[in-house]
Design a protein around this ligand. Sequence first.
Ligand code: NI
Length: 425
Amino acid sequence: MSAILIKNVEVISEENNEIFNIGIKNQVFSYIGKETPTGFDNAYVIDGKNFIAVPGMVNTHTHAAMTLLRSYADDMILMDWLQNKIWPAEANLTGDDVYWGTKLAIIEMIKSGTTTFADMYFFMDRVAEAVQETGIRASLSRGMIGLVPDANEKITESIELYNNWHGQADGRIKVMFGPHAPYTCPVNYLKRIIDEAGKLGSEIHMHLSETAYEVSECEREHGMTPIALMNSIGLFDLGTLAAHCVHVTPADIEIMSSKNVRVAHNPQSNLKLASGIAPVPEMLAAGIIVGLGTDGTSSNNNLDMLEEARLTAMLHKNNKSDPLVIPAKQALNLATKQGALALGFSDVGEIKVGQKADLVLYDTRKPYWYPRHDRTSLFVYAANSSDADTVIVDGKILMENGNLLTIDEEKVYAEANKCGLRLTK
Ligand code: NI
């Protein structure tokens, strides 16, 4: 696409909180300032008046195609929900189901201001296709479970996914290996995964220390917490994105900090499944990179990252120790820049010259945008993700004035509905 010039837009970013012109060229932000930049004579111009520009949100933990199972089984605890409802339905999944379910999720993400997601599921080549076609950015992992007859095939699929898709779609796709969790992957299976991922240089995306039950079972069986066990077998040496980390001890946090384990914090999912509240302030204080995720549309029924940011800022307000409280600005940073770092995208997550041009314009012609004492505070505590109006990823417009430019919305709704109803028959 040719260059894009967004004129007179209010900007929320780490450094800027004013009205600027934003120039986008060659997939990156090339100008942010008060002047009209040179070299943009033929640029596509967007009038930024009445809009606020926010970095695209980064959803660090999803099972996107589970949109198809949305509302099929709710109000259950994790193990009951997985074993009796979700796993039996998932046994019927086809590649086409995953393709349409993922596209449904991508529509929801773009429309709510998310520009990058980290997905762990099956038929990931079809997820990669959906990512490539729609223009969104993603880190993809084939979920692997060791306690099934085709456990080895899942490792082979992960290797193929890595070889076929890592770095593809102009670098918008990354691939990680995705062992599901300590309670579904025996140590010997994990060792094989570590071996294969290590040969390729792939990182790991895994659920860790999600529930108190998981931790106590692991301690009973191995005499170690899940974090200590993963460390003992060398998993963290590959680079790890750990989803949840709700029940981690101070010793676990020390290990995570020293091994640069990055965390996907999923507050809504953890609350909905009654898993608990992760000690995010303590992890941040230890220098751990924490991003936010929906775990959607798995245990959590939506993919709304603004809700996760808001919840993160609110959940940790009751802490008695002031330095550990997470203010709105930090919550937004976790939902954007820190999330991108958690996924290994170092040039994503900020509206800053040289960064990849992933940006969302939110319509501010709403009652809750007045008065403008603090734009970041208004965004995190008052705004609505459905106010996302225009979305740009990698310098390409994916949605303009609420219209999706790379997706046939009606077709996706019809196909996803068909797939979802068939799966749960
Ligand atoms: Ni999950």
